[in-house]
Design a protein around this ligand. Structure first.
Ligand code: SAM
Ligand code: SF4
Length: 326
């Protein structure tokens, strides 16, 4: 079964945030003192999340990404992932993480059936990494990267939020990792989710990064798989890893968007920047799969053709990426 929106886009990818809590406080994602985290009883239970996932898969979702906040800090996450990976018809189960807990959890995550990781890594310099994340330990993340390879996971994708004056002197170091370690990397354009004044000074267009890389290496365009969504991928000739760009502001790629999102409290969003949401919780709590299907269908049909956030003044409301899950 295929899930198609009103613009003919096939929607096959669901991102589920399982918590808004995090063991980091990345300055572009969360205020320093954290957020008033949801009470545990406000979070969808694992049983409710399974009803959501099963229903979505029956409707045509083929890939689920678990995100947060930091998904690995939620108690019982391994058992939940094992239940999720057993869902008939689910082809891909991926996890987004800051990597801080991977070293100790890698083996269990493998057994639970997780297939791939996206790992946030905005700097390769310990002091700077700790500053950006407000307390993250780079050494632990790097150990986690080694550990996931040891337990048999495929090479991960590293997500780098590109920020002028913060980590723009490291872009070529990240690019080297596609050659030396075979990691795939993805530069994410900074998104003004918190709408802090002067954010434009920090913002860098994906094209500027691409030009810098192309001035140093021969690049080839890479064909994307069916779940890739809105990224543009390249490879240095001969490298194992790819180099992608999520250019949410400079070049939307909304016409290729294949995803819907559900927050940890059951709010469904058809677009990251959309202000229209649907509350799935009542039907998840009741286990009313018929009404849930209707709601998910309504969500998909309400997907906007394109979002309107640009580097100029835009009128979207600020929101916490840690609540929506990126
Ligand atoms: N904690 C996990 C992590 O950091 O990978 C998963 C959740 S995090 C919200 C998902 C992704 O959103 C990360 O790659 C993070 O870098 C990205 N992100 C958060 N705030 C952002 C912002 N303002 N602009 C661009 N990307 C952002
Ligand atoms: Fe936590 Fe991820 Fe947000 Fe950083 S980007 S504060 S790791 S949720």
């Amino acid at each position: 079964m295929k899930l198609t929106d009103s613009y003919g886009r096939q929607i096959n990818y669901l991102r589920i945030s399982v918590t808004d809590r995090c063991n980091y406080r990345c300055f572009y994602c969360m205020p320093e003192h954290g957020v008033c985290a949801c009470q545990h009883e406000d979070l969808l239970s694992y049983d409710e999340l399974i009803v959501l996932a099963e229903t979505a898969v029956q409707m045509g979702i083929e890939k689920i990404r678990i995100t947060g906040g930091e998904p690995l800090v939620r108690k019982g996450i391994i058992e939940f992932l094992a239940r999720l990976s057993a869902i008939d018809g689910l082809k891909h189960l991926a996890l987004s993480t800051n990597g801080q807990l991977l070293d100790e959890m890698a083996a269990d995550l493998r057994l639970a059936g997780v297939q791939r990781f996206n790992i946030s890594l905005d700097s390769l310099r310990p002091g700077r990494f700790a500053q950006i994340t407000r307390g993250g330990d780079l050494k632990k993340v790097l150990r986690g990267l080694d550990r996931i390879a040891e337990v048999g996971f495929p090479l991960p994708k590293l997500n780098i939020v590109a920020m002028r004056g913060i980590n723009d002197d490291e872009f070529l170091d990240f690019v080297d990792l596609t050659l030396t370690r075979g990691y795939s990397i993805r530069f994410i354009e900074y998104m003004p989710t918190l709408k802090e004044p002067g954010w434009q000074k920090r913002w860098i267009a994906g094209s500027e990064i691409l030009n810098k890389i192309a001035a140093n290496y021969p690049l080839e365009h890479v064909d994307k798989g069916p779940y890739a969504g809105p990224a543009n991928d390249f490879r240095i000739t001969g490298a194992k890893g790819t180099i992608g760009f999520i250019t949410a502001l400079s070049n939307h790629f909304c016409e290729q968007c294949n995803r819907i999102r559900v927050t940890s409290t059951g709010t469904a969003k058809s677009c990251l920047f959309s202000e229209e949401t649907i509350d799935l919780r009542p039907n998840l709590t009741d286990g009313n799969r018929l009404l849930l299907r209707r709601q998910l269908n309504e969500l998909v049909q309400s997907k906007p053709r394109c979002h309107s956030v640009t580097t100029g003044e835009s009128d979207h409301s600020s929101f916490l990426m840690s609540q929506v899950g990126g």
